[in-house]
Design a protein around this ligand. Structure first.
Ligand code: NDP
Length: 265
């Protein structure tokens, strides 16, 4: 039996074992997937090998540590500097990032989206924004403070702090901050969000498992709303594809992961 795990701190809340174990059963792969609480990111490699793992997912705060722990990086992971999927091949660790392509797959259900406003300039935004741009979306980033915007500016993105943001017409508004995760904060001032929601077609919050204040506010508008569980599933499907060497029908994998997640509710 092949062993897989998710590393994080905290990790207790993670739904990844439910999704991956459900998919292993669905395709008949002899695997098991569990959680590993990792406090020190520098020990990632050691713990990976000590547990005799064949692959792993990595969540907050160890995605940079996983990048450093990789023997080889795929081009995209190298570009964004963060790894959320590790795969053991011939004794070496290969690092991938499935967060950004997972997010891209998750927004496929929205029609006619051209311009996207990302709220937040953290690690996830850093991975997702370049891929959206590559795919032809017009991407704007806004953040509560200026420092993290610098890197985006260098890459040619339009960046604004909240008070600098004058344009208010974007097709899709995405909360990529951690506001609302463990608190009841909105990711930007209410007045600004209302102005944005009035002209948008859809909103996405990548936080999952609860209705955040951001999504609750959007309920007052005629908008398509989506939480982070779709991104969670899609990044998981792509990670599973790497774990199992691209041999299964991803529609079957997706369905099983969705079922695993549903059963946990
Ligand atoms: P980071 O810690 O790297 O970045 C956090 C960002 O949020 C920063 O831009 C920060 O702004 C901003 N921020 C934090 N608190 C507030 C607040 N109260 N008001 C406004 N802005 C705030 O986080 P990550 O990019 O790693 O993760 C972001 C979120 O995405 C998390 O909630 C995480 O759980 C979720 N996530 C979901 C995934 C999924 O599969 N659904 C996958 C990956 C992440 P500043 O620069 O001013 O500090």
């Amino acid at each position: 039996m092949k062993k897989f795990a998710i590393f994080g701190n905290p990790v207790e809340h993670s739904k990844s074992p439910l999704m991956h174990n459900s998919a292993f059963r669905a395709v008949g792969f002899d695997g098991e997937y569990f959680k590993i609480l990792l406090e020190d990111g520098k020990k990632l490699r050691k713990v990976f090998f000590a547990n005799n793992l064949s692959g792993a997912n990595i969540t907050v705060p160890h995605k940079e540590a996983a990048y450093k722990a990789s023997d080889y990086l795929d081009d995209f992971a190298r570009k964004v500097g963060a790894v959320n999927t590790l795969v053991l091949k011939n004794g070496k660790l290969w690092g991938y990032n499935t967060d950004a392509p997972g997010f891209l797959r998750s927004i496929k259900k929205f029609d006619n989206i051209h311009s996207i406003l990302i709220l937040g300039a953290g690690g996830t935004a850093k991975a997702v924004a370049p891929l959206l741009k590559e795919e032809g979306f017009l991407v704007t980033i806004t953040n509560r403070s200026a420092p993290k915007l610098e890197e985006f500016k260098k890459q040619g993105f339009s960046t604004f702090t909240w008070d600098e943001l004058e344009k208010d017409s974007f097709d899709l508004i995405v909360n990529m901050t951690s506001a609302g995760l463990k608190d009841n904060n909105l990711p930007a001032p209410k007045k600004l969000l209302k102005r944005l929601f009035a002209k948008a077609k859809g909103v996405v919050d990548i936080i999952y498992g609860k209705e955040t204040p951001f999504l609750a506010l959007a309920r007052q508008f005629d908008l398509t709303r989506m939480d982070g569980s779709e991104m969670l599933i899609q990044q998981g499907v792509l990670a599973f594809d790497y774990f199992t060497n691209h041999q299964y029908d991803l529609k079957v994998v997706e369905e099983a992961m969705r079922k695993g997640l549903e059963e946990s509710k």
